[in-house]
Design a protein around this ligand. Sequence first.
Ligand code: 13P
Ligand code: SF4
Length: 364
Amino acid sequence: MSAVAIQPYAILDDEECEQRILAAKEKLGDRLVILGHHYQRDEVFQHSDFTGDSLKLSRAAAESKAEFIVFCGVHFMAEVADILSRPDQVSVIPDMAAGCSMADMANLAKVEKAWAELSSVIEPDECVTPVTYINSAADLKAFCGSHGGIVCTSTNARNVLEWSFEQREKILFFPDQHLGRNTAASMGLAMDEMVVWDYDREMGGLTVEQIKKAKMILWKGFCSVHQMFTPEQIDNFKEKYPETKIISHPESSYEVCQKSDYVGSTEYIINTIRDAEPDTRWLVATELNLVNRLKDQFAAEGKKVHFMSPTVCMCSTMFRIDPQHLAWTLENLVDGHVVNQISVPEDVATNARLALDRMLEVSP
Ligand code: 13P
Ligand code: SF4
């Protein structure tokens, strides 16, 4: 018998899916682990065995003994799970369309072109450490692995940049310019030591002088969800509630992060609000599903949690993982069929693992 198709699941309501997910989990027992990123909708998130930010979930995948790792997150996360897990483990994503639009802003052809163009001005293999945000395809992690580079997440970006500057005098940071800029600025780098590499232009749109002077070469990528937040939203909110604490994810703009009291990963945002005094007020710049969860979770302590933007901004690709796809994935596993397996070719995985292992070594 072949795998059951997704179509019949599309008409199931969430409640029926919930019952079927619970039953499949019961049958699979410890052969299965479900990893859930904080941006997942509640109907999916509730089924996670482990929840976390990108770093925490990478570690959970590396440490898991389960035969099936079902990643409720986005594509690059399931790739990392495949790379860091044992060869006999299987990494699965319930919907293949759950990508990351920021990760798609860099690809191997464009990064290799940038490296070749830099070679006409400087010796990149001697003076540039390539650093890729974990939000990137496996072949970009492999590129970093084979060029003396490293991966970072929003939790360990500072440790990773410190390590990278110990190796070589410059960093090429992709794909998120904001995480790169915010982290470098927090380490004391001046704005005129950073340049933006426009991957659609010859030489990144930079002059030879700009490239020679730069310490940080920032890829022109961004997360559209986090670009919705603005410094004006902070000012307007504080006019009404001056006591508010501002907390932002470092994918937000430099201007928003500069006006924030706290900047950090999704896990850091949760822990900071959890550990805060009761009856405090928070304005949060990160994805809506997480902010709504925080709002409900801490209401009983009198903590008031607000979403920074007046307009709704969810991560539409994280939202692709719904109870219907999760039920379909798990019931197929029960029947002995692996659907939507993420399998990184071994030559790519080997070099990507090098860059990921360097990251895990310098992580807090
Ligand atoms: P975290 O690692 O902080 O969870 O961030 C992942 C992400 O994609 C944020 O947009
Ligand atoms: Fe990618 Fe932004 Fe979604 Fe995070 S929130 S997964 S960076 S598109």
